[in-house]
Every structure is written in C-alpha cells, then in structure tokens.
Design a protein around this ligand. Structure first.
Ligand SMILES: C[S@@+](CC[C@H](N)C(=O)[O-])C[C@H]1O[C@@H](n2cnc3c(N)ncnc32)[C@H](O)[C@@H]1O
Length: 502
C-alpha cells in the first residue's frame, strides 16, 4: 500500500480568489508586464531541464534569489515554491494583495517567511492561476508541458465555437478565447477547477468563455462545436495509489480518454474537428481502439503517435508527482507503478495526438490512419494541416490521386552516407527537420522517383517521366507510382502542393 500523508489541506481557495477586488486581480496580472513573464520562466527552466524538482529547484532558487527585482519574487513564490521573507513579499506585492492572498490560503506563513500554494504561470499571452502540483492534494492543473504541446497543434481560424473537455484551470479554453474563438465552453469534473477557470477568465479580462462542472460532455449535451480540445487524465492507476483527478485515466490509463472520444460525434458541427492528447499502450490495436471508441464511420480519425516513455521512466515520473521530494514514499510509489504496468503487460506507451473530424464534403472519403512519429517532434498546427491534406489526397482512388501536384516535404533532407571502411556501404537516408515524419532509409528507386516528382509539375507528368526511365509505358508504371505516392504522403516524405480546401 502506498502511504498517503495525512496533512491538512494546503490548497488555495479559488472561490476566494474569484472574489478578490478587481484592483487586486489587476495587480496580479500586471506582474507579467513587470517581468514575471514567459522569458523569465524560460530562463529558469533552462537551468537543469528534465530533472526532478528535488534535483533542480535548489539551483533555480539560487538564481532567482540573486536577482533584486520584484519579478524574481513573483517567480520564486508562484512558479518555483520558494519561501520568501515576508517583508520582501509585501514590498513586491503590496500589503493589501499579500493579506488578501493569505486569507485565500494562497500564501502561507512559514516562520518569518511566506510560501505560496498558488501557482501562476504565463501561457499563450495569459497569466493563469492553479494549484501547486502536488498529487497528494488532488490539485487543479494549470498549464504544463503537455498543455503547451496540445496548444501548439491548435489553430484558431474562422471564429470557432470551442469546447475544452477537462479544462483544468481553463488554460486551453482561455487561450482559444484570446486567439479569436467566438464562444468557448470549458468543462471539468472538479468544481475547484471550474472556479479557477472563472478566476483566470476574470484575471485576463476574457468575457466569451464559460465553465461548467460535470462529467466529460454531460454539461454540453445537445450543443455543437466547431473545435473540441481535450487533454484528459491518462496516467495508469495501480490499485494501491489514491486517485488524483487530473492524472489518473483508469486502470490502464486511457479508459477516460476513450470514453471521451465515444462522446464526441454528436458534438461536432458540420465543420467540426476535435484534437485530443493522451498516452495509450504502444500496440498494434491502437488505431482500432480509437475507431471503436469513436464508432462513427462518417468521421475521419488520425492518430499521430509519438514514441512515448518506457515503463521504468513512466513509473519514476508518475511517482514524482505525489512525492516531489523523493525519499521512501517516492520509492514505494515508483515500484507500485512499475509493478502495475508489468501486470498490464505495458512496457511502452505512445503519446498520441488524436484528430477526429468531419470530412470537408459529403463525397470526400472517410478514413482512419495511424501515423508514427519519433518523440522528438512535436505536433505543430502547420505540420498537422499538411498531414491532413496528405491523408485526404492518399484516400482518393488512383485516377484522382494522379491528378494532384505533390512535392517532397520541405522538412526532408536527403543525406548520402558513405562508409569510410569500404565500398558498397553507401546509404541514402531521408532526415526530417520539423513535420511529423520519422527519419528513414531510401531505396535507389525511391530516390529516383522522388527526384522526378521534385522536377515535374503534375503527377501525370511524373508518371510519363518515370515510364521513360523504366523503359515502360505510363500505363505500366502508373499503379506503382500511385502506390509510392500514397505511402509517401502518409509517411510524410511527400506533401500536397495544391492548396485544397480541407
Ligand atoms: C490532464 S488535466 C488537463 C487540464 C487542462 N486541460 C490542460 O491541458 O492543462 C485533465 C483534467 O480533466 C479533468 N477531469 C478528470 N476527469 C474528468 C471527467 N470525468 N470529466 C471532466 N473532466 C475531468 C481533471 O479534473 C483535469 O482538470
């Protein structure tokens, strides 16, 4: 049994934050213009990146303590959980705001110092409040690494109506509202998350977002949205580990995410699209799991599956969310997670960005596709648009496909590798800088065809040219060119150069 500490609830009261006088919440927001901003956070994050907090925070604290401006005090308190002498806090925040935050339990005394239980984080031009991340106290999640990752894949165009399922502190919902959505709804099971999201809307002056407490899509039944975004909880839950609402997605981890996908179809408008980010086991049934969950043949489903972590690293990472100081409880939790993953037979997961969308027209083909990418590449919105266009093209029959114009991916670098050890070891590889594709080796025939495709205008011309090279007729090579083009569109080697309205 993993021990759970019995400590009084140290979390702030978001309802009390919401009740702060406007002048005080405006002063919190003004800390961004006074230097507590994304660039300060980026500099602090660059100190010992990818290390556990117990390992890196001493150096981050030391760096911030050496700075004299108020922004460093804000960062120490609200981003990096440092204790700050009370007079310095009063000087940076003002007496009235310090007292109000103490009353809301957002600042807590520790000897003659103050320590924040409130987290403030710049995100997409906003300042967002949430709980400090300590899984023992079922915190409300503010913007984290995966929130940034999903936000990069989201494009807000044509004033969409947006739904954020599992909105936490409202990060994605409010970023969408700020980026031009006409109307935004955020739903979360945790009423404290809803209160935070409402406070964050007020803090950032956003008026076209509303937040509702409830299970997945229940509060918005009967409504339709142009864009649904969701980063549901997706961490596996061993029986001995107490549930943390923002983390645990079920015994395997992906159960809640799959239930969320099953509720999507009636919510999507005629131009509706959903983007969800979560982890799921790395196995051959991945795309079947998703299509079974969505269970609607009229929708397109694309899973961009990045290499996830191995079970050992996952166990260490999950255990650290409740035991950031490491130590014996951390060790017990890490072993519980590791044993649980072993029992489930999960040795590796995939970190998937799932796109579910209505085809652009009634006669456009429907399909589901899994596209594997290596973990280093994030899914940005432009790469995703390119992939959607490529998959749409690849789903058409040969005759229509060969009417298209395609070109080698602008992210592809063709690399000729020659071994110095001897002859005959030459290899042609394609390496990708950006986009979703993974590096791979190329055959000589594939390289020749790519070169032809780069030089010709249409695929019809390319077929003729390739036929000459092969000393065959266009009819004889058309099917194999179409097959190669289709595969290369899916795996990212080729992109569509016609701008099609998808
Ligand atoms: C991983 S956090 C994501 C928070 C936020 N969307 C972000 O990206 O930063 C998952 C969120 O889903 C919420 N959640 C968990 N179970 C839920 C359910 N059944 N219905 C709605 N929300 C749920 C949690 O409270 C948590 O805020």
């Amino acid at each position: 049994m993993v021990a759970k500490h019995v400590v009084s609830d140290p979390r702030p009261d978001p309802a009390a934050l919401l009740a702060l006088p406007t002048e005080l919440s405006a002063r919190i927001h003004a800390s961004m213009t006074a230097g507590f901003d994304a660039s300060l956070i980026a500099r602090a994050e660059a100190i010992a990146p990818k290390q556990f907090d117990a390992v890196r925070l001493p150096l981050v604290h030391a760096w911030l303590r050496a700075q004299s401006d108020p922004a460093a005090v804000w960062a120490r308190l609200f981003a990096y959980r440092d204790c700050v002498p009370t007079p310095r806090v009063r000087e940076a925040l003002g007496d009235d705001l310090t007292d109000a935050l103490c009353s809301a339990n957002a600042l807590q005394p520790s000897h003659d110092q103050l320590r924040a239980s409130l987290r403030l984080m710049p995100f997409a031009g906003l300042l967002l409040a949430s709980d400090e991340v300590d899984a023992r106290f079922d915190p409300v999640m503010g913007p984290g690494a995966t929130t940034f990752e999903l936000w990069r894949a989201i494009e807000i165009t044509d004033s969409p109506r947006v739904l954020d399922i599992g909105c936490g502190a409202g990060s994605l919902a409010l970023a969408a509202a700020r980026a031009g959505a006409s109307e935004v709804v955020g739903v979360d099971l945790d009423p404290r998350a809803v209160a935070y999201a409402q406070f964050n809307a007020k803090l950032n002056g956003i008026t076209n977002a509303r937040f509702e407490a409830g299970d997945l899509t229940a509060p918005v039944a009967g409504h339709r949205f142009d864009l649904v975004v969701s980063q549901p909880p997706f961490v596996t839950q061993p029986p001995s580990v107490t549930t943390t609402t923002y983390l645990h997605g079920g015994r395997r981890g992906d159960e809640l995410a799959l239930r969320m996908l099953s509720e999507l179809p009636p919510l999507l408008s005629d131009r509706g699209r959903a983007l969800a980010l979560f982890d799921t086991a790395d196995d051959d049934a991945l795309i079947d799991r998703l299509t079974t969950a969505v269970n609607d043949p009229a929708l397109r489903i694309v899973a961009v599956a990045a290499a996830g972590l191995g079970a050992d690293q996952q166990a260490l990472g999950y255990a650290s969310t409740s035991h950031s100081q490491l130590g014996p409880d951390y060790a017990a939790a890490a072993i519980a997670y590791r044993d649980h993953l072993r029992e489930l037979g999960i040795e590796r997961t995939r970190h998937v960005l799932v796109l579910v969308e209505r085809p652009p027209s009634a006669k456009a083909p429907c399909f589901s596709a899994r596209v594997d990418t290596d973990g280093a590449r994030l899914h940005d919105a432009s790469a995703l648009t390119e992939l959607r266009q490529a998959l749409d093209a690849a789903a058409h029959p040969d005759a229509e496909l060969l009417q298209l114009r395609v070109r080698p991916s602008p992210h592809a670098l063709f690399v000729h590798e020659r071994s110095l050890a001897g002859l005959g070891d030459d290899r042609l590889r394609v390496r990708f800088e950006g986009g979703h594709a993974s590096d791979r080796e190329l055959s000589e025939a594939a390289a020749a065809l790519i070169e032809i495709l780069a030089q010709t205008d249409t695929l019809t011309e390319a077929v003729e040219h390739y036929a000459q090279v092969c000393r065959a007729t266009p009819e004889q090579v058309a099917a194999s060119v179409a097959r190669f083009v289709r595969e290369s569109l899916v795996n990212g080697l080729l992109v569509v150069s016609d701008r099609r309205d998808l």
